[in-house]
Design a protein around this ligand. Structure first.
Ligand code: URA
Length: 225
């Protein structure tokens, strides 16, 4: 059971003070009954605001199709951010939503968005070994020998002292490939190809663990919890 005004404000609908006005205006129901006061204790799953259940009262997890051209940061001054594409209410939640890891500005594809810190930790921990699949386009024809190189667990990235974990490369066309990683180092895909002399021109993440984009167009999302 939660205090109604705290609940509505933590889910980003309004401030606690505004919750009082919403209750007085008759916009909030608890089950079949009109809410009586902002301080009353309620079961979050019983609350209706303007006739609709509250969004993800136990925590939000969203599959988002990030377009290219947007950065995954909360800070100003780095260009347009993915958060400008999402409902403002998600940022007004407490805690606010954040992305699970990041994609580069020039990378498109699957990004998980959540307000649950423990999910961010679980999904970004190297020990979790979650498979991430990237569709890659490069600047010159690929060499089939790269498959064994990336699978070997010996690829060193500039400035790092541990080799990349074995990665699965599937060549899908003269200059296109699909790469499956279980770790997520800074600019990893671009740097792995660069270490072997290829420049990545297009990069798209098609899968993150069990999640896929399943028909989501760029800029669209699906709430999964
Ligand atoms: N690897 C990269 O180089 N960039 C991304 O955005 C994701 C993985």
């Amino acid at each position: 059971m939660r205090r109604l005004d705290q609940l509505l404000s933590s889910l980003g609908y309004c401030s606690r003070r505004e919750a009082e006005g919403m209750v007085r205006a008759g916009r909030v129901k608890v089950g079949e009954e009109m809410a009586r006061k902002a301080e009353q204790r309620v079961d979050p799953h019983q609350v209706l605001l303007d006739g609709r259940p509250l969004e993800a009262p136990d925590g939000l997890l969203v599959v988002f199709h990030k377009p290219t051209g947007y950065v995954c940061t909360h800070s100003d001054g780095e260009g347009e951010t993915i958060y400008e594409l999402l409902p403002p209410r998600w940022l007004a939640r407490n805690p606010p939503v954040t992305s699970v890891g990041r994609l580069d500005k020039d990378t498109s594809g699957l990004l998980l968005i959540t307000d649950q810190g423990q999910l961010v930790q679980r999904y970004t921990s190297p020990r979790a070994e979650i498979e991430k699949v990237y569709e890659v386009g490069v600047d010159r024809d690929l060499d089939p020998a790269l498959v064994a190189v990336f699978a070997s667990g010996t690829v060193m990235l500039r400035g790092e002292d541990k080799p990349c974990l074995p990665a699965r490369l599937e060549i899908t066309g003269p200059r296109t490939a699909s790469l499956t990683l279980t770790e997520g180092r800074y600019h990893q895909v671009r740097r792995m190809f660069a270490s072997q002399g290829w420049h990545v021109e297009t990069l798209h993440r098609s899968r993150f663990g069990d999640y896929s984009l399943e028909g989501l167009a760029e800029g669209e999302w699906r709430v999964v919890s």
